[in-house]
Design a binder for this molecule. Sequence first.
Ligand code: SF4
Length: 211
Amino acid sequence: MEEKRGRLTLDSYAKDLKDKLRKEVSVIPGETDAGPLTRFELTDRIIDLCRANSLWPMTFGIACCAIEMMAAGMARFDISRYGSEVFRPSPRQSDLMIVAGTVNKKFAPILVTLYEQMPSPKWVIAMGNCAISGGPFAPKENYNIIEGVDKLIPVDVYVPGCPPRPEGLIEGILKLQEKITKVRYPFPQNKMPAEDTAGIQTRWPKWGKDK
Ligand code: SF4
């Protein structure tokens, strides 16, 4: 009993100390209780920049939207321009889950397990209407569809469409980068001088006009 009382006293002392420090250390706007006690502003910003530009998605496709996700990794769209081409075969090596497809109730526990196996910090993109709301498979009669993956795990960015094009997914990744760094970086194409941009556009095939 004595020992228990001692531990309780120690706990309350630790709580008092924490509260006192929290009042003294500058409060970060928007910070919740779950946030760290102190922060190193510049270091945090550099780490966030590194994280945002080296997102490693999990190799994880559930349905037709996954084809568009694969296309985003191919040469034409080339997701590696944004540092996200390293699709990892294990959730333990991934920090981004792109939910590309329909989630049914049978699959839900597997999805949650995979999410829990990812190390923190981790992010989720809901790609396509199925992942966002159940999509075309969520009429009243369908008893087996999860109407939105955000009912299972927290979602950071929603990319609508059935399916969204690879450009849509790339925009979603840029949005996520913006969320992590709080800065929106422009497309590399926007940085090119006007004459270079014109030169590149003339080298591109004019789809539909060549025939
Ligand atoms: S949103 Fe459309 S394309 Fe994507 S998984 Fe659902 S049905 Fe397929």
